[in-house]
Ligand binder design. Structure first.
Ligand SMILES: [Zn+2]
Length: 370
């Protein structure tokens, strides 16, 4: 094993530096993984552009929180406790529980109060000091004793496991919150990777599913139809919300739950207007622009519940099981990874993933160790 790692280090707004870093010394409870695939998220564009002051303050930072790799070194205690050995494929969850703050005790370790900053985890931790390797945009990632690691089932290809460990895990949790179950109708706004994963998860949970996008989303709406979405709908340029609501009602009937993954103010308003009384809006997108008006009266008049889930605590293993079942039935979510890049092209990968290029990918990933 080489004694150094290579990493794309975020130094500040729009500044990446490809650096060579020493591999960390491992304690008995630690392990090191060689990163095979790291998901690139469109929202990382906001990080790269320097739009989060807190991130600029903690930089240098190694991005990347969807991490699949192979164990390259492991301490004795970690090996015994985790049942892992060198060579095993694993995914590492981006955050992990502390010893028992209120939110971790409640199961939502993505909001750990002990660490005091909801953004602290893989992809956002300061990397200026050893062990440095706190992100997936690197050939290696350090895994401390407290982190959550899941062995990848042999049946799952790398690509399938990567989509399962984050987008599908999110989708299963969020579709559940939307009330996805037999007899329910769930609409998903925005057929990006996360929207597609929500739609697929809602189908797996037995709901009737409508996926709503724009005319430019035609390919991804076709994908949604191919894995069993009951209806897909492309909003025409200039179409008003009332027309869209009427089109959904005409094709699939009243909507019990909406998962809003797009982020535009019009998309959030559409979500509220689509819902029948007592409906649930699952709000998971970064709003763009950041401040958007809310029609409180519209929410009261239908007694709508809005939930704002963050990520996927305790869901990765269920996602692996669902992904394996889908694979056995002929649906490989790994095929959603349409573009892969080497580390040195990380900025281009982010640009593509955030639709800054003419090409519209489904999911973009880095292959750091290749
Ligand atoms: Zn905690």
């Amino acid at each position: 094993m080489s004694a150094t790692a290579h990493a794309v280090v975020y130094k500040g707004p729009e500044t990446f530096s490809l650096e060579t870093l020493p591999l960390p010394a491992l304690g008995s409870g630690d392990l090191l993984i060689e990163v095979l695939l790291c998901g690139v998220d469109g929202s990382e564009l906001h990080m790269y552009r320097g739009e989060f002051p807190w991130l600029n303050e903690v930089a240098p930072v190694i991005f990347g929180d969807e991490i699949l790799g192979r164990v390259s070194a492991i301490g004795d205690a970690a090996s015994e406790k985790r049942g892992l050995k060198v060579g095993d494929r694993v995914v590492v969850e981006s955050r992990w529980p502390c010893d028992g703050c209120r939110t971790c005790a409640a199961g939502q370790y993505y909001l750990c109060e002990t660490r005091g900053n909801v953004f602290l985890g893989y992809g956002t931790m300061p990397s200026g000091e050893p062990p440095h390797l706190w992100g997936g945009y690197a050939t290696h990632t350090f895994v401390p004793e407290s982190a959550l690691v899941y062995k990848v089932p042999d049946a799952l290809p790398d690509t399938t496991a990567l989509i399962a460990c984050s987008p599908l895990a999110n989708g299963l949790r969020w579709a559940g919150l939307a009330g996805a179950a037999p007899g329910a109708h769930v609409a998903v706004i925005g057929p990006g990777t996360q929207g597609l994963a929500c739609a697929l998860a809602a189908r797996c949970l037995g709901a009737k599913v409508t996926v709503i996008g724009l005319a430019s989303d035609a390919e991804r709406l076709e994908m949604a139809a191919s894995f069993g979405a009951d209806a897909t709908l492309a909003i025409e340029p200039g179409e008003d919300l009332a027309t869209t609501v009427a089109r959904v009602a005409a094709s699939s009937g009243p909507v019990d739950g909406v998962i809003e993954t797009a982020g535009a103010g019009s998309a959030k308003e559409l979500a509220v207007r689509l819902l029948r009384p007592l409906g649930v809006m699952v709000n998971v997108s970064v709003p763009s622009p950041a401040a958007q008006p809310v029609d409180w009266m519209a929410l009261m008049q239908k007694e709508i519940t809005i939930v704002n889930p963050l990520s996927h605590p305790h869901t990765v293993e269920r996602a692996f099981t669902v992904a394996a079942g889908l694979l056995a039935d002929g649906t490989d979510i790994g095929s959603w990874i349409t573009h892969t890049f080497p580390l040195e092209e990380a900025a281009e990968a982010i640009a593509l993933a955030s639709y800054q290029r003419a090409e519209r990918p489904v999911k973009v990933a880095l292959k750091p160790a290749s």
